[in-house]
Structure formats: structure tokens, C-alpha cells
Design a protein around this ligand. Sequence first.
Ligand SMILES: *[C@@H]1O[C@H](CO)[C@@H](O)[C@H](O)[C@H]1NC(C)=O
Ligand SMILES: *[C@@H]1O[C@H](CO)[C@@H](O)[C@H](O)[C@H]1NC(C)=O
Ligand SMILES: *[C@@H]1O[C@H](CO)[C@@H](O)[C@H](O)[C@H]1NC(C)=O
Ligand SMILES: *[C@@H]1O[C@H](CO)[C@@H](O)[C@H](O)[C@H]1NC(C)=O
Ligand SMILES: *[C@@H]1O[C@H](CO)[C@@H](O)[C@H](O)[C@H]1NC(C)=O
Ligand SMILES: *[C@@H]1O[C@H](CO)[C@@H](O)[C@H](O)[C@H]1NC(C)=O
Length: 664
Amino acid sequence: MRALTSAVSLVVSLASLRASALTFTRLGACPSLGCVFPPDQASFLPGQYFDVRLEVHAPVNGTEAFNGGIPDEKFTFCIQEGKGKCEEASKFFKSTWSDLQTYNFTYYQDQFALDASSPTVVNAAARSLRGLSLKKPGTYKATLKYYNGQTTVATWFVRETPKTAAAKNVLFFIGDGMTQSMITAARVLAHKSVNGVYQSLMQMDQMEALGHQMTHSIDSYITDSANSATALYTGKKTTVDALNVYADSSPTPFDDPKFETIAELFRRKRKGPIGMVSTAHISDATPAGLCSHTRSRGEYASIVYEYLNGAQARTPEFHWPTSCEGPDVIFGGGAEQFFPGSGSYNGTDMYKAYAAAGYQLVYNNTQLQSAKNNQKTLGIFSTSVLPKWIDRNIYPKNLVGLKNSPLGDGGDALDQPGLKAMTLKAIDILQARSKKSGTGWFMMSEAASIDKMMHALDYDRALGELLELDDTIRASLAHLEKIGELKNTLVVVTADHGHGFDVFGSADTKYLASQTTDRQKRKAIGVYGDSGLSGYTMSPDNSSFIVGAQGPNFPVTWTPRYAFAAGTAAFPDHRESYAINQSGPRVAAVSPKGSTDGYVVNPVDQQAGFTLSGNLPPSEGSGVHSLTDVSVFANGPGAETFRGVYNSIDVFFKMANALGLGAH
Ligand SMILES: *[C@@H]1O[C@H](CO)[C@@H](O)[C@H](O)[C@H]1NC(C)=O
Ligand SMILES: *[C@@H]1O[C@H](CO)[C@@H](O)[C@H](O)[C@H]1NC(C)=O
Ligand SMILES: *[C@@H]1O[C@H](CO)[C@@H](O)[C@H](O)[C@H]1NC(C)=O
Ligand SMILES: *[C@@H]1O[C@H](CO)[C@@H](O)[C@H](O)[C@H]1NC(C)=O
Ligand SMILES: *[C@@H]1O[C@H](CO)[C@@H](O)[C@H](O)[C@H]1NC(C)=O
Ligand SMILES: *[C@@H]1O[C@H](CO)[C@@H](O)[C@H](O)[C@H]1NC(C)=O
């Protein structure tokens, strides 16, 4: 199956095979020299659009070198439906092949090759079919034949789908990076417990159905937010950094084979309004996954262009018959992609382009609250990621001097909506815009900075964001009840991946700060019986428990003497004193100017703390995602289907089925 050309010992050849096959891939989801996209085991909703791409590789050198580096250009591809005969694919799909594309690319077979700057060169020949669909549920076998007798077979599944919709609306919450251990910690922070019995609960704790989903990528078991968003919105696994495409080997990030998202499907089949709300820059992976198609999640400007105009407008040379047609609600940060400048699409004024397309524009919470409900609305409230709940609510002075005005004029964005304000307004707009036609609506609302603050090892801010998400879910359910839509709305809450965070005790911050050696400081950590009870729900005189001064469901204090002793499984060098950085998000590790040695302890971070020596590659300056399955909570029509254990891709099928998007 694989051409191992070098005459090396078995041990060495196995080692290099492992490296090339497992971590330094030539091309994800293509272990042989003939690549079929969609790859083996792909699942589709009946009628869901997708592209086909075939590649035949001829490595010029390296352990896979083959056929003198000349790729087979006369490969064939056929599709077999059920037990039928295998029909040439362009005839089967009544479509036309793209011209043959030939090019070369390089990859590293392992870290030794990378250290030696010795890439493997591969020549490739490729063809595509664009904008296809399979309407009939069943199993399809797709066979690529190349190199005179080699085959790659992909089995595709078109899933059975209900004929009618159970739900009118779907409200999909994503707590980015949120694990069950974070939810547990947030509960301890914000909910009073008497002798081990909680007196109130998180809203997530009270949902009708609980399941959990597996987050792995197509070619790595640790995922990023782009390919996990893709899985949740399309039912397809893909590669790190890819949005709603399979990553191919060609250099451009815009020609990779696409597949249709739930937002595009909702637009096409229901003709109803859709919304995206995020506390990140709105071009970030989790919102981008709703409407954009690119190999590279960092193509922010293009992503914002695509929201408005669709993939067909951006790459007219590739047939793509579906789009989000300008989401009715877009709320978040990332103004750099809107005001004219180096961050915007071709340097153009995207605010103007959205306004010209009929959007009302809002730049702060005051405008948001008074915005009309019957108009498409673009709300961009700051540059970059929105400020965190803790900074907006506990340390508002931290918003001063950020120079993050959404107008790009260097002012401060001080009048900020939180996730709750954005989500409730989005519901009103979607509701108003769907009312006449009775189409229902689809919305995704993301608490992005649970993840961003976990990366920063700023556990307090991460948990503050998680509590804001829970508060938003609670308020949304109440609001849906008030407007009479609760019984019509499937509400799903999940995460896209985890971080290895947990709490393992408490830390006496006063004792810790008073000690002088690292070993002595660690005596401040109380484990098991010495962990005590939550210091965060104490009244200001520390004598009794009360439910939050910030209103119920938030802690009374973020600076208790006995704080969480918490950590994460993977981290750069840093110091830990278990005290919140009161002046803004934490910077735990820095890469000194001029140094090529990577990240080291930030000399000004947590100076009272003890040092932890990093366990990540020195090039990683923050925590990283982890392997864990994540919880799924659901409420309303179709909620029962979310019970049990399943794959991330199944979340798409469950939502699409509840909305009847596969029905004819
Ligand atoms: C790869 O392609 C480039 C141009 O497309 C060409 O200049 C180069 O020689 C090729 N490399 C190999 C090793 O074939
Ligand atoms: C493959 O060939 C290229 C170009 O000739 C060279 O730079 C590279 O080091 C070679 N790689 C290996 C793994 O031999
Ligand atoms: C953006 O710029 C590129 C490159 O100059 C050009 O090909 C493309 O047509 C431009 N797009 C629009 C919508 O103007
Ligand atoms: C909100 O934004 C508008 C438009 O930029 C501005 O006129 C208004 O002063 C802002 N309001 C607040 C409270 O910042
Ligand atoms: C309660 O504890 C906090 C944190 O240790 C401390 O800052 C505060 O002064 C205490 N309050 C009283 C009234 O003792
Ligand atoms: C505390 O927050 C500020 C603002 O984000 C940041 O500049 C600073 O580096 C942080 N300090 C530490 C010690 O992490």
C-alpha cells in the first residue's frame, strides 16, 4: 500500500511510517496516494450540497516516493448506489468535471525532517465536481482507480430523515472550550450550598436532556474550533483550521471541496431568518462556521465578505448553489474586518456594503436596545474580541484605554452589550422577521471567551464567561416563554472542545503570598478535607452565605481569601498564586523580544506565586485544547434525541432533523 524505498531496519521504518501516517500527514484523510473527498465514512443529510475532489499523489522523494514522481492523470471515479453498478461520477451526478489541475506541494514526514528543513516533494493531479447532492437515503460506494490497479474506496451514507419538523426554531448555544469540570466549578462559584446541598442550580443543570459528544477532527484527535464548528453545523469531520471544506493539497485556501451548513440549509429550505451572535470577533471560527467555506480560518476579511455575498460571489469560478444570503442578525466584535483598512475585504468599507444591502448598523448597547426588530441588523461593538464579563461588570475601569471602538477611530468602546443583551435582542429580531411567514428561525450564540480565557490560564475570567452564558440561557428560556415560542424552540447547549481544566482544592491566598519559597507557598493549597467550602458565595463579612451581590447566579466576590486551587493539563512556564489579575486578562507567559527560545514566565504575572515548569512545546504561549468529550444539554421539541453518547457530527443531524431540513 505504501512505497517504503529506503532499506532501513524494521524498527526505523515503522517509526517513520508512524510519524508520517499519524502526526505529519501528507494530507489528512488520505493515507494512500489516491484521495477521495468526501472521504470514507462521510454522512449527508438528503439533498445537502457538497463538492467532490479527487487527487492522485506521486511523492518525488521521502519514504513514500513513487512512480518517479509522476502522478497518474488518467484516474477514473465511479459511484455505486446500493447494489447498483458503479457509474462514472459525472454521469451519475449529471455534472461536469473541472479541468485537470497539476501542481506540486511539500510536507515534512516528521520532526527530524522539519529540524533539517528537508521537506518531501509531492506532484499531484486533481479534478473536482462542484455543487452536487444525493437525495435518496442509503449507502453509496465511491471508487477512485489510479496507477493501473490501485483503488481508494469511500463509503458515503445518506441518512434517513423525518418527513416533518418537530421544532419551529433552533437556538444553539456554544460555550467555546466548555467542559463539565468548568460547569461544576462555575456552580461552586455562584450557587450557595448548605451542608453539601445546593440551594440553587445552573440553568444548564436543569435542561430536559443531557448527552455527550466526541469532538475529534478527521485527522487528529485534538480539534480546533474551526473543524469542530464544521462538525456541529454540517455533520462532516474535517481538518484543524478548515471551515466547511475538506482540506486539499493545493495552495489556495478557497478552492477546497465545500459542503453545505445548517444555516445555508435553513435559508434554502425554510426561507427563514438566521442569526449569529458571539463574544469573539464575528469572523472567528465558531461564528464563521455557520456561513463560510475556507481551508484557512484566518481569512477573516473574506469570511465577512462571504457572510454578505456567499461563496459563489467570492469564487465565481466554482459553482456553489447555496449561501446564507446575509444573516439577519450578526452581533459580535471584530470591527477591523468592517471599517476600511488592512483588515477589511480588499480594503473596502464593509459597514457601507452591509448598509447598502439593507442592514441597520449598531455600534453600542444603547443603539442595540433601540434598534428596530424588523430589519436585518449588524451589531459590531468593538475591535477584536469583546471585553470579558468580569471586566465589564466587576472592573469596568479596565475598559478604559483599550482603544477598541468599533468605528476604528481609536476611542474606547465603553457602552458594551454582553452575551445576554445581544442574544435577547437577536431573538426579538429573528422573531419579528419570521412572524409573517411563520418560517421559524435559527440562531447560534457563542460564549467565545470561556475558551480564550482558558487559553490565557485566566480561570476566573473563563468561569465568569461561563456564568454569563448560563445567565443568557436562563434569560433566553424565560424570554421565549414570554413571547410564546418556548414550546416551539429546540434549545441546544454544547461546546466545541475542552481544555484540561479542573479544580483540585482551595488556596489560602494570604498564606501563599506571605511565604518566600515555592515549596513553602505550596503549603497554602488545601486538598481533600482542607479544601473547605466556596469562598465565592460568602457575604461581605465572610460570616454567612448569600446569593450574589451581582444578582443571583454570580459570585459575591472574585477575591476571596480561600480561592480555587485550579489548573489545566497543558501549559507554558508560568507562576500561580490563585489570585485574579484585577487590571485585565492575564498574560501568564511571554516570549521576550529577540529571543528564539519560546515562551517563559511573564515576570510581572502573579508575582506572589510559585513557578510551574511548562509541559508544552516552548513555542506555545498559552494552554491548549484537550481530548475530553463535552456535554450537550437540550430543551424543547426534539430535545430527547440529544440523550446518550454520540459524535459531534450527530449534533448537526439531530438539529437538522428537528427542523425537517432533509425532508422533501
Ligand atoms: C514545483 O512546481 C514549481 C512551479 O509550479 C516548479 O518550479 C518546481 O520545479 C516544481 N518542483 C518539483 C520538485 O517538481
Ligand atoms: C526532496 O527534494 C527537495 C528538492 O530537491 C529537497 O529540498 C528535499 O530535501 C528532499 N527531501 C527529502 C526528504 O529527501
Ligand atoms: C478583491 O480583490 C481581488 C484581487 O485584486 C479581485 O480579484 C477581486 O475581484 C476583488 N473583489 C471584489 C469583490 O472587488
Ligand atoms: C453609540 O454609538 C452612536 C453612533 O456611533 C453614538 O452616536 C452614541 O453616542 C453612542 N452611545 C454611547 C452611549 O456610547
Ligand atoms: C472577607 O474576605 C476577603 C478576602 O479575604 C477580604 O478581602 C475581606 O476584607 C473580608 N471581609 C471582612 C469583612 O472581613
Ligand atoms: C493584567 O492585565 C493587564 C491588562 O490585560 C495586562 O496588561 C497584564 O499583563 C496582566 N498582568 C498579568 C500579571 O498577567
